[in-house]
Design a protein around this ligand. Structure first.
Ligand SMILES: [Mg+2]
Length: 194
């Protein structure tokens, strides 16, 4: 009898635990800097993506710099993808189902004017649409903008993971862990959060 009660209570507790976790996904994730002790639970609420050099192979578009300096947004549209975008989108959709939001925070060109800024924004949105990239927030901000400023507005609690090829941007990130897409397989890392 006691054994049955003990098992029953374990089952009930397990159910409660699962219910809580369904609402607020709690996962363990090692920080790039690894400053926190291993195994600490971090509540991840958001994954933040850079675009150029992180998911879009912008810097390998022939003459990208000359084109951008001539205010031609073509390189933003024609950049190849750096990942299996179907696999990446699949992982992101599963994370969204678990309550994690997906954000894009991408800089506009250093060469800027109002018309070109708009064209850049549209080209980047077109690129994301072309690959069926799922996202909840899209911020196309001025070159050099602090990326956390775009996220802090809606991130109420928990942490936001940044995936960005720029080491200075990663170093300045204080809303959660960072991932370097040049050294990590982002699809595999994100799979670990599902
Ligand atoms: Mg970049």
């Amino acid at each position: 009898m006691m054994l049955i009660l003990a098992v029953l209570s374990m089952v009930i507790q397990r159910k409660c635990f699962l219910r809580i976790n369904k609402k607020e996904k709690i996962v363990s994730f090692p920080k790039e800097s690894d400053t926190k002790p291993k195994g600490e639970l971090i509540m991840i609420k958001e994954i933040v993506f850079d675009m150029d050099g992180t998911i879009a192979d912008f810097y390998n578009v022939p003459n990208w710099l000359e084109l951008i300096r001539a205010f031609d947004p073509m390189p933003y549209k024609t950049a190849k993808s750096m990942w299996d975008m179907e696999a990446l989108a699949d992982v992101l959709r599963q994370l969204q189902k678990n309550g994690i939001e997906i954000s894009i925070v991408t800089w506009r060109s250093k060469e800027s004017n109002p018309v070109f800024d708009t064209l850049t924004r549209l080209a980047k949105l077109e690129w994301l649409t072309q690959y069926g990239f799922p996202f909840d927030h899209f911020h196309c901000v001025h070159y050099g903008a602090t990326k956390a400023d775009s996220i802090r507005k809606h991130l109420k609690d928990g942490e936001a993971i940044l995936i960005d090829d720029n080491k200075h941007v990663r170093a300045g990130w204080h809303l959660g862990a960072t991932i370097d897409p040049m050294t990590e397989n982002i699809i595999e890392v994100l799979k670990g959060l599902i």
